[in-house]
Design a protein around this ligand. Structure first.
Ligand SMILES: NC(=O)c1ccc[n+]([C@@H]2O[C@H](COP(=O)([O-])OP(=O)(O)OC[C@H]3O[C@@H](n4cnc5c(N)ncnc54)[C@H](OP(=O)(O)O)[C@@H]3O)[C@@H](O)[C@H]2O)c1
Length: 323
């Protein structure tokens, strides 16, 4: 089958280890099913894997990809849930210490066929296009859990999203504004801020700019570069939810004094559960949300999509058409 896979890793030149070519079809496993992919999508996770973060070299070659949608052996149209729990785990799979994401232990979705545990598929709601279905399982699911499970916000509250253009950030803006939250964003680039406003954000600010008032919650994926601003922007008792650290995980100040003095809540968040993915898909269709797509290209041209992400040119999701 055709697949985009990590054949080697390089921290400085992630594209050098990317191959787009033939890999063996997945082997049958008891309790697992296969999904013939129609669409798949790219995440920063795939670039981290090529840089050698989160994917040990002894697991190469590894088919990349956490996002995908397609058709099961039984002919059901599904979204693929990328969080694979360890055998026998019950309850919230994101809390399973031995969970993995597709492409970390098991081959991922940037392929014609992917094998997943039978429980790791979610029905694709009618009215959700293949292109949009592939956007949901990773960045969108992460944004959904950050906002609706972890940030503890209510319609009317104000939420600041750091780094307006990322996959998680654009999803958060679209989900939050559809849910009646006042969404504010920051960006280093005025045009990206304006684009977030076009997507539903209430206001856009420059990276690090002082806000006109303090916010109820901050969604962090940028990390070191914006951490102090996130802490300074919260009202007393507010919540920062962090799910990524694109600019690094060692901020120059941890802001410990402000965190305890203002009684802030700092919450980590990773992916989401199968039931959150199901609810997300229903919400997207019900609210008429159209996930922002940066570009659509055949899987055979996946290298172009990876290059866009490595160069920081992506706004929204890069989608690959597979079949
Ligand atoms: N925990 C999870 O489950 C989970 C799930 C999905 C993603 N993630 C992580 O979350 C992070 C975000 O991923 P993503 O795909 O949404 O987006 P991304 O491509 O990593 O970009 C996020 C945003 O970060 C901002 N940014 C990057 N470097 C910066 C810097 N030095 N200073 C200030 N801002 C900077 C950019 O915003 P502007 O250009 O607008 O300023 C960019 O749009 C990644 O690290 C990813 O691995 C985690």
């Amino acid at each position: 089958m055709l697949a985009a896979y990590a054949a080697a890793q390089s921290a400085d030149d992630p594209l050098s280890g990317l191959e787009v070519g033939e890999r063996p079809d997945p082997e049958h496993r008891e309790g697992w099913t296969t999904v013939r992919l129609r669409t798949a999508a790219l995440n920063h996770h795939d670039v981290w894997s090529l840089r050698g973060v989160g994917l040990p070299a002894d697991r190469l070659p590894m088919v990349l990809g956490c996002d995908g949608a397609g058709v099961t052996e039984d002919g059901d149209e599904v979204l693929v849930h990328a969080v694979v729990p360890s055998p026998g785990w019950s309850g919230d799979e994101t809390l399973d210490p031995r969970r993995s994401l597709l492409s970390e232990v098991h081959d991922g979705t940037l392929a014609e066929v992917v094998a997943v545990p039978a429980a790791n598929v979610v029905p694709k709601p009618e009215g959700l296009s293949w292109e949009h279905a592939a956007c949901l399982p990773t960045a969108w699911l992460t944004a959904y859990r950050m906002l609706f499970t972890n940030a503890a916000v209510r319609p009317g509250d104000t939420v600041l999203v750091q780094g307006a253009a990322g996959g998680v950030a654009t999803a958060a803006v679209q989900l939050g504004s559809a849910a009646g939250l006042r969404m504010w964003v920051t960006s280093r680039d005025e045009a990206k801020g304006e684009q977030a406003v076009a997507l539903g954000a209430d206001r856009a600010f420059g990276s690090g700019e002082r806000l006109p008032e303090r916010v109820d919650a901050v969604l962090e994926t940028v990390g070191a570069a914006t951490w102090s601003h996130s802490i300074n922007s919260l009202r007393p008792g507010g919540t920062v939810v962090i799910s990524g650290a694109t600019s690094g995980d060692a901020p120059s100040k941890a802001e410990l004094t402000k965190i305890f003095f203002k009684q802030l809540r700092v919450l980590g968040s990773t992916m989401g559960t199968r039931s959150e993915l199901e609810a997300l898909a229903r919400f997207v269709v019900g609210a008429g949300i159209e996930p922002l797509v940066d570009s659509v290209m055949p899987l055979a041209e996946a290298r172009d999509g990876f290059a866009r992400m490595v160069d920081g040119r992506v706004t929204g999701k890069v989608v690959f058409t597979v079949s």
